[in-house]
Design a protein around this ligand. Sequence first.
Ligand code: SF4
Length: 571
Amino acid sequence: MRRVFILDGYIDEPTCLGVPPYISPYPRYIAGAAWDFDPQIQIIYATIDQIRNKTSLLDVADKSDILVVIAGMAVPGRYLSGYPVSPHELLRYLSSISKPIKLLCGPAARYGFGMSGGRSVTETQVVQHIFDIIATGDAELIVFNLLKNKLNKDAVDPSLCRSNPQMIQHFAVKGARIVTQHPFFPQYLITEIETYRGCSRSVTGGCSFCSEPIKGAPSFRMIDEICSEVAALYTAGIRHLRLGNQPCIFSYMAHGAGEEEFPRPNPEALEHLFKGVRMAAPDARTLHIDNANPGIIARYPEECKKIAKSIIRYHTPGDVAAFGVESVDPVVIQKNNLKATAEEVYQAIRLLNEVGSQRGANGLPELLPGLNFVFGLDGETKNTFALDYAFLKKIYDDQLLLRRINLRQVIPLPGTRMSQTGEKNIRKHKAVFQQFKRTVRETIERPMLQRLLPKGTLLKGVYAETYEGKLTFARQLGSYPLLVGIPGIHPLHQFYNVKIVEYGYRSLTAVPFPLDVNTAPRETLEALPGVGKKRAIRILAKRPFTTFTGLINALDDPTVASTIKEYIQAD
Ligand code: SF4
C-alpha cells in the first residue's frame, strides 16, 4: 500500500492562512487527491511543530512513497501557536530522508521563503537540492499525477495548475477528514475555506506588492461545491470555519468579475452561500470571514449593506472584514495601484460600523472592519506617515470602531513590482516606521480597545494557548482574535470566559469569570480592580471564604469589595 506523508510547515498568503489554529486547504486538497486516486492510500499528516517536538516522526516520513512539504509566508504575520518552517529547518530535517519523492509546495515553492516583513525572501534555491519536485503549480494535481504515473517524477509537470474550480471539488470533499490528524483537532482548529481564487483587480495589474493577481481573474467555486466541502468537514468533526480564502468576500460571484476592476457585488449569491454553509454546519461555533475590498464597499454601499446583513445573519460574532488599506497617501495609492482612496476607506468603515457594531453573544461586536497598512511602498515619504496618522485619528475622533489596525512592512516578493524597490524603501524609513507604530499604539490602538471592550466586558470562550512567565495567553477562535493575558498560571488547552480588567497596546488583561477567590492564583487576585499585591496577600491568608461577607471583612475597603463583586463567584 502506498503511503503519502504531508508535512505542514504552514503557509501565510494574502488570501489564505494556514498557521495554527488554522488549517489551510493545501493539506486537505492534497490528501483528497491521493484518496481520490486510491481510497486505500495511507496518508499521514504532521505539522512542523510536531516534528520539532518529536523528530522520530521523520522515520515515518522516510518510509513513505511521497513526502509533501507545504511551506511559505508571503505576508508578514505574528503567531502564537506555531511558526512557519524556515529553510534551515527543512535542510536540517529533510536532508537525510532518501526513500520518498520529496515535493515542496506553497508560497515557498512559488516565491521563496518570506521570513518577516521588511526582509527579502530566502530563495527556493537554498532548499532545491533536497527536493525532487518544486511544485510551482497546484500540489494536489501534481500529487495525483505522480500517483497516476507510478511515482515517475519526470512524467509530471510541476507547474500544472487547475483550469477551473471543479477540478478540486472531489479532492476538497474527500480530503476533509485529514483534519482529524491535526494536533489541534477538534476543539481548537479552524478550517480556512476557499470560495474563489484570483483578484478582479488583476485586469489593471493589481496592487504593486501583492502576489494574488498572478493567479489571474476571479474563478469562483459554486455554492453547492463549497457547501458540500463544509458538510464533509462538519461530519469529520470541524466546528470552526472561516470563509477566508479569497481577496474580497463581498466580491464573491460579483457581476462583471474578470472584466471590471470593481465588479458589482451579488448580494443574492452571498445570502445563498452563507445560508448554505450554515445549513451544512448547523452547530458551527465559529463562522467568520476575512478580506474585504473597501473600494468595492464604497462604490456599492447598498449591495454591500445587504451582504453584511447576510453575513451577520449566519456567522458568529467577533467577525472582522480585513480591509487592505495599505496607505491613504494619494501619491502612494497612485504609484502602487492601490484599491481605495482615503475617502472610500472611510465610507466603508462607516458602513460596517452602522451594520455590524452591535455586541454579540461572545462579547465582541458582530462585524467590524480591521485595517491593514503596508509600508515600504513606492512613493512613500515622511508625509505618508503623517497622512496615515491623521486618517486613523479622524476615525477615532469620529467615534467609529475598528477591530484591529495592522501596520506591516512589505515582503518584497519575486514576481511583484516590490521585488525591485521594497527593501530600499523600507531602509529609508525604518526609524520613522518604528516611531509611527509606537504613536499609533499609544494614541489610537489602546484607546480604541478601551472603546471596543470597556472594563468589565465578558469575553466568552477564550482558549488558553501558552505561558509567558506567570501570564497565561489565550485567544478566542476566529478572525484576528484579540490576545488576552490572564495573570497567573491557568491550565492550558481549555476554554475560559473572562472579564476585562486592563489594556495593553494591542492586548487585553482579563481574569477568568466567575473567579473563584478560594482557588485563584495570587497574580489573578492582584489583577482584580483595586486589589493589588497587599490585598491579594490578605485574601490568600484568610481564604477559604464561604460567604461574600467573609471576603468583604477580609478587605480593608468596602468600595473595593463592591467593585470586585462583579468579577467573582459570590458565595
Ligand atoms: S486588491 Fe490588491 S491586495 Fe487585494 S488581492 Fe487584489 S491585488 Fe492583492
